[in-house]
Design a protein around this ligand. Structure first.
Ligand SMILES: [Zn+2]
Ligand SMILES: [Zn+2]
Length: 361
């Protein structure tokens, strides 16, 4: 099958013919129909942390093509969405339904004694996050999949796998933003836009979008932003403090740069909360004053992984909200491309508005 292979950390992706094994145990072979371009793949491809050659891509929607003899939850022909929330079902966190805190996520992988799932000219190929969605097919443990029972196009459904969960989940599941709160969102890419929508659903009284691009800010108003702040031309901290009489109740940082995280922290009002979702580079530090005001203000800092969601529970919920016309997803996907256009699309990702999705015939 055709797949985009990363041969070395920092290099671009190469289209190659990769051999994929047949499903064993509880594995499921999925014919990929759509695969979203998430910014964290770009970060990951330049930072590494796993063996290469590797296949990236972790926002997958597809159709089940074959199931292993012990797979119980899926049948051939099912529409499925994949998630990077690898989990074991038996540790304390999994037992409590907190699968994104699973202490044994390696459970979903094959063991070293088993034949590798993917090989290229006889060499094992790593599927990053056990997914590897920039490929015509993926072979996954069934714990990385959820079935979608309502009609939704693959190129829309795939973004539920990461972007939507991470953005909306930060607001709904992690911060649990209460009705009437004031919210500010730093970074209006795909995740930020879903966070803005989620804040609207939660009944936030004011939703301030912050970005350096006017076009992104204008787009944010379509998703529910009540105010916009261009942080390239104005001080976002002062602007948010003014709009919210002292600071927002909940501020979300989707950017992943220390100076932005600091601005986001300083934009939070007393007893408010900063949610950090954007991933900073290894070794990055946050320098904030811990003088008397630090205690007086009682601002909480909450790092949030994948929206603190349980994808098995939350993806079907977002599909239902979409189906009822209460959650915009179509507008988040701004273009579809083919596998061999991925390098080009990543090169211009920061200036592109909305999600780019690879589709397969
Ligand atoms: Zn992602
Ligand atoms: Zn577990």
């Amino acid at each position: 099958m055709k797949a985009l292979v990363l041969d070395e950390i920092g290099s671009s992706f190469r289209l190659a013919d990769v051999n994929i094994a047949a499903p064993i145990g509880r594995e499921v072979l999925v014919e990929v129909k759509a695969s979203g371009l998430c910014h964290s793949d770009l970060t990951a491809s330049s930072l590494g942390g796993w063996p290469v050659p590797a296949i990236l891509g972790h926002e997958i929607s597809g159709v089940v093509a074959a199931v292993g003899p012990e797979a119980t939850r899926f049948s051939v022909g099912d529409h499925v969405v994949a998630s990077l929330q690898s989990h074991c079902e038996s540790c304390a966190a999994c037992q409590q339904g907190d699968i994104n805190m699973c202490s044994n996520p390696g459970f979903v992988a094959r063991t070293e004694e088993q034949e590798p799932r993917l090989t290229l000219d006889g060499v094992p190929v790593t599927a990053v996050a056990n997914l590897g969605g920039f490929a015509e097919q993926v072979l996954l443990h069934e714990n990385n999949l959820v079935r979608v029972d309502r009609p939704i196009a693959h190129e829309i459904a795939c973004i539920l796998g990461c972007g939507v969960l991470a953005g909306a989940g930060a607001v709904i599941n992690a911060a649990k933003v209460p009705e009437g709160s004031t919210v500010a969102v730093f970074g209006c890419g795909g995740l930020g836009l879903t966070a803005i929508q989620a804040a609207l659903l939660a009944g936030a009284s004011r939703i301030i979008a912050v970005d350096v691009a006017d076009e992104k800010l204008e787009y944010a108003t379509k998703f529910g932003a009540t105010d916009v702040v261009n942080s390239a031309s104005q001080d976002p901290v002062a602007a948010i403090r003014e709009l919210t009489e002292g600071g927002a109740d909940y501020v979300f940082d989707f950017v992943g740069r220390p100076e932005v995280t600091k601005q986001a922290y300083e934009s939070v009002g007393r007893a408010g909360e900063l949610g950090v979702i954007g991933i900073n580079k290894p070794g990055a530090t946050l320098e904030i004053s811990i003088g008397p005001d630090f205690i007086w203000n009682q601002v909480r800092i909450r790092p949030i992984f994948n929206g603190s969601t349980n994808f098995l529970r939350d993806i079907p919920q977002f599909v239902a909200l979409y189906d009822e016309g209460r959650f915009k997803l179509d507008e988040l996907v701004s273009r579809t491309i083919s596998l061999n256009e991925v390098n080009e699309a990543y090169a211009e990702m920061t200036s592109h508005i909305g999600r780019t999705v690879v589709t397969f015939p």
